[in-house]
Ligand binder design. Sequence first.
Ligand code: C5P
Length: 314
Amino acid sequence: SVGNMNVWNENSSSKNLIPRLQKVRHNYLSMNKYNVTYAGPKNTARPIPKKLLCQLRDRVNVTMIHGSDGPFSTSEWQKYLPRKNFSQEVGHLGQCAVVSSAGSLKNSRLGPEIDAHDAVLRFNGAPTRGFQQDVGEKTTVRLVNSQLITVEEQKFLTETLYNTGILIVWDPAPYHAEIHEWYRRPDYNFFANYKEYRTRHREQPFYILNPKMQWELWDILQENSLEDIQPNPPSSGMLGIMIMMTLCDKVNVYEFLPSKRQTDICHYYQRFQDRACTLGAYHPLLFEKNLVKHINQGTDENIYTYGKELHQIH
Ligand code: C5P
């Protein structure tokens, strides 16, 4: 019943995590793999949602790598990068859906509602076939991480799942790195498989996210948190929400903030269970969810019943 709705608390603290996840967060804080040196404001009151939306719009530059970006301005790379720029390719979009891969999508029967959007963004290896009732079948954009396209077992080059929609791959750069430095030492060296995929699928648009955007977004996450967040890039989910917010008039996000179906089952398409999938380990996911709850323009009832959040940045 709606009378007893328990939805995400936007002031969730890492202190309420299970000890294992608290420890993981501390380990990432001391490791500081990406040499984050955050100098911005801390522990200040969160601005009102409208202001925060303006900050996201003005400070996070959602751009894709193009032929004029440093190491990519070679005749070799011109053969592989998509000819059209990203915004030309997608055009202006009205109503968009972002579908997290959370286990709580199971038995949601949200498929028809999701498919009714002008564009749908999905993540990594999230399938639609066999799950249409719950997640729909339309895929306009698929955001994948560099690990997925690099590691052999993931079958990125051969699974037909990846052959629909516009692909975007992202890979973390060090906090202060310029494109050149990142290009020399990406987290996963996905460039060879990117080129191979482009050779096999000439007609499918496939972009590389400019890694600067991840830290522009991370800074805003840190500014709006009362504790130190993991010094690692935001999750694919948060990046996808941000990408669609810049492209679309309205973005409905499904099961990023957990609904009444919240579960430790990591993905709707697997049986594997781990609370870290919902609350974060490597990614500052807890703090991403705090921010997303704060700027949600939809109702708590929609979160509770449908795991649905609404965002409008323009
Ligand atoms: O696991 P994967 O990164 O492919 O999932 C896509 C995104 O969905 C995650 O980056 C995360 O933001 C979100 N997610 C979630 N809760 C889960 C599983 C995924 O919020 N249980």
